[in-house]
Ligand binder design. Structure first.
Ligand code: HEC
Length: 476
């Protein structure tokens, strides 16, 4: 080979490298100089960020496990990655950092886009890293325990289904600490939410004593003289009001109550604190190392099931799986919720605002926040105001999506001294412009059905310092 030819080849090679670099840069960010290949560059990104949803039998519509699976979707992948709508994530990065942030790094985005723009080559299959293995149907891996609804519950094709309640004894003979929890719907299509409550034997005993005391008029051990302990946090009285007949509200007068249907499973008299739950868009909830939720020996789990009829009769038997912490954690975390039950959203209003505010009475640590509205909800924002007057937006969800409800887990859990306020604001679009709006001509009040509304936040918190019995939605 003459020098001249060799030099020309070298130049050509350089030109290829340069043009690849230009196209990668025009795709918006730094990326490897040569066109990335599926086997070497893209598969590791998909395995890490996509395939827990994008694999057979999971929530996403297609698998992205192999080149053959992914190739037909290249255009759509490129569109979704550029727009930032995949992987799904709805918090504004300007406010706070979250452990469960699913967004891709700029580098990974640039790699996928350079691959897509460069003809989406497979590359050398021997470059493929080991594919992730999914050993069980549970995303958490092998669970320590599975608790299942006791029956295949029939869901009618149409009509309004009230909350249904199922009791599942844990048969635990010793206290356990829940490290992660995952809910599997029997039929995800009909499931609006599950809340799992944990009723301890101590609560059952207290219930019996209270019932006996009501009958006899007796009060246990001078209970009337003891001042009630201050709850760890409190909500203005008017926000706790939920209209009569709605879940959590006052009961309707007997003559207005709906008769129980043959399939209705009404709420038991005592529920206990919440252990966990599920709403569309949620997967495994794992509590940070050193934190866990207590599951006391002898606890009975109560599943509050909210089903929505879809036009097709079906059955559901939902299960939850848990992994236990190996030992009692340093910090006991608890789940609580707060609301504004007095909301009233006028018909047609495109931007109706509802506020709620917790006053923190005892120093606590806030680990996560989960905003929940129904299909008219469009935006959420949470602000903490500290006792010294400083205030911070701790979470902003500019485009709330009912199908992607997320427990936003703070990278740095928030220390809230006594006297802090946690202020939540939700905005609703009750206009025809909201494509999910079931009826823009209706005023909307609090209600459990998807065509009604809520202003509901659940949160994971722990009490700092001396632990006192929790109240305010955490009754033991
Ligand atoms: C948490 C679960 C989840 C993760 C993680 C996830 N996806 Fe998705 N993806 C979905 C679901 C569910 C849909 C269907 C609903 C929708 O389109 O939003 C979807 C839809 C898509 C679509 C649109 C398909 C079409 O119909 O054109 C693309 C493309 C996509 N995902 C690519 C990705 C890529 C690439 C990643 C990783 C970088 C990823 N997704 C991560 C759940 C997920």
């Amino acid at each position: 080979m003459t020098r001249k030819i060799a030099a020309a080849i070298a130049l050509c090679a350089l030109a290829v490298v340069v043009s690849a670099r230009v196209s990668a840069q025009s795709a918006g960010g730094r990326a490897p100089a040569a066109t990335p290949t599926f086997s070497k560059d893209v598969a590791p990104i998909l395995y890490k960020n996509c395939t827990n949803c994008h694999r057979p039998g999971e929530v996403a519509p297609m698998s992205l496990l192999t080149f053959k699976d992914a190739r037909p979707w290249v255009k759509s992948i490129s569109t979704r990655i550029s727009a930032g709508t995949m992987p799904p994530w709805h918090a504004d990065p300007a406010h706070g950092e979250f452990l469960n942030d699913r967004r891709l790094s700029d580098r990974d985005k640039a790699t996928i886009l350079a691959w897509a723009n460069g003809g989406a080559p497979e590359g050398n299959p021997s470059d493929l890293p080991a594919a992730p293995t999914y050993v069980t149907e549970w995303l958490m891996g092998q669970p320590d325990a599975i608790f299942s609804m006791p029956e295949d519950y029939p869901i009618p094709a149409t009509g309004e289904i009230p909350y249904e309640y199922f009791e599942i004894p844990t048969n635990l003979t010793e206290d356990k600490w829940v490290q992660s929890l995952e809910v599997r719907a029997g039929d995800p299509a009909v499931l609006h939410h599950v809340i799992v409550y944990a009723r301890t034997p101590a609560m059952e005993a207290a219930m019996k004593t209270a019932a006996a005391a009501m009958l006899t008029g007796a009060r246990p051990n001078g209970a009337q003289d003891r001042p009630r302990p201050t709850p760890p946090f409190s909500l203005p009285e008017e926000m706790t009001k939920i209209p009569a007949g709605q879940t959590g509200g006052r009961p309707l007068p007997p003559d207005q109550r709906k008769p129980l249907g043959p399939n209705d499973r009404p709420a038991p008299r005592a529920m206990g604190p919440m252990l966990g739950g599920f709403a569309p868009g949620q997967f495994v909830r794992t509590y940070q190392d050193g934190t866990a939720i207590k599951l006391a020996a002898g606890t009975t789990l109560i599943f509050q099931m909210h089903y929505t009829a879809t036009g097709k009769a079906t059955k559901d038997r939902t299960r939850i799986a848990v992994k236990y912490a190996p030992r009692a954690p340093q910090t006991e975390v608890r789940l609580a919720s707060f609301i504004n039950g007095s909301l009233h959203i006028p018909a047609g209003d495109p931007n109706y605002r509802v506020d709620s505010e917790l006053t923190i009475n005892q120093p606590m640590t806030l680990w996560s926040l989960l905003p929940h509205t129904h299909v008219r909800g469009k935006r959420w924002e949470y602000t903490v105001t500290y006792p010294d007057g400083r205030s911070d937006i701790v979470l902003s969800v500019p485009h709330y999506d009912f199908n992607w409800q997320t427990d936003y887990i703070f990278k740095q859990p928030l220390k809230l001294p006594a006297g802090s306020k946690l202020h939540a604001t939700a905005w609703y679009d009750n206009s025809p412009a909201n494509k999910s709006n079931p009826d823009p001509k209706k005023d909307v009040w609090w209600g459990d059905q998807t065509w009604e509304e809520m202003m509901f936040t659940s949160m994971i918190f722990s009490l700092d310092g001396a632990q006192t019995p929790p109240t305010a939605g955490q009754e033991k």
